[in-house]
Design a protein around this ligand. Structure first.
Ligand SMILES: [Zn+2]
Length: 234
């Protein structure tokens, strides 16, 4: 067999190994990234809960102020009531009194509603904080694990690339460029074996003329249908 072809077959195997290993690093890192994203999301959830609680407390204070102001108003109305004589004035003060009382009732209702909302705040906050703690722990553990795993894959990759370098040096540059061109589209099936007189890249049968050429010739021959480099298994 053509020496370059022999080396190309070896190179194709090495490239296959590299494309098997490279995504492993991303896969390992993605798992950790997903956990970190979840942690950030849970942190946002906690902040949003805490902000809502803060806002609720401000709302309670505002309603308490309304109650205080209207209570004072009622006190003043009571004092005025003692000195007024005319029916009209009494009615006006009564109306004012009624309005102040309504405002107090409404503010009390608001406070009760807000307090109901706040009731589960502490337990919710604790639950989210626990989730964050658990995630932090998981991430810390994962980090070590990821480092170990990626270091292992990277070491394997380094070996693969070292081997590639050795092989590449042995192959004629023109042949190498030709192979790389095919690899751009055919990826790991750039060089394929001929099985039952068919290309095992595109599975189309090869005519007798090309087939006998592959058998006899020492040239690098490509599939007439798809353009992949062909060889006969030995
Ligand atoms: Zn083909």
């Amino acid at each position: 067999m053509n020496k370059d072809l022999q080396n190309l077959i070896a190179l194709a195997e090495i490239d296959k190994e590299a494309s098997r290993l490279e995504p492993q690093i991303t896969d390992i890192e993605n798992e950790l990234n997903d956990k970190m994203k979840l942690q950030a999301k849970t942190q946002d959830e906690l902040e949003s809960l805490q902000n809502n609680a803060k806002k609720a407390k401000v709302d309670i204070a505002a309603n308490e102020l309304i109650i205080q102001e209207n209570s004072e108003k009622i006190e003043q109305i009571d004092k005025k009531m003692a000195s007024v004589k005319s029916e009209q004035e009494i009615r006006a003060l009564d109306a004012e009194n009624g309005l102040a009382k309504e405002k107090i009732v409404y503010a009390n209702e608001q406070i009760a509603n807000i307090e109901r909302e706040l009731e589960n705040f502490a337990s919710k906050e604790e639950e989210i904080q626990n989730r964050i703690e658990a995630l932090k722990k998981e991430i810390e553990e994962s980090k070590e694990d990821v480092q170990k795993k990626t270091a292992k894959v990277k070491a394997e990759l380094k070996k693969v690339f070292d081997n590639k370098e050795k092989i590449v040096k042995k192959i004629d540059n023109k042949v190498l460029i030709f192979y790389e061109k095919i690899r751009k589209w055919a990826k790991d099936t750039s060089i394929v074996v001929v099985k039952k007189q068919a290309c095992s890249g595109c599975y189309i049968r090869i005519n007798d003329m090309v087939y006998s050429e592959i058998l006899k010739s020492d040239d690098i021959i490509t599939c007439p249908h798809c353009g992949r480099i062909l060889y006969i298994a030995q």
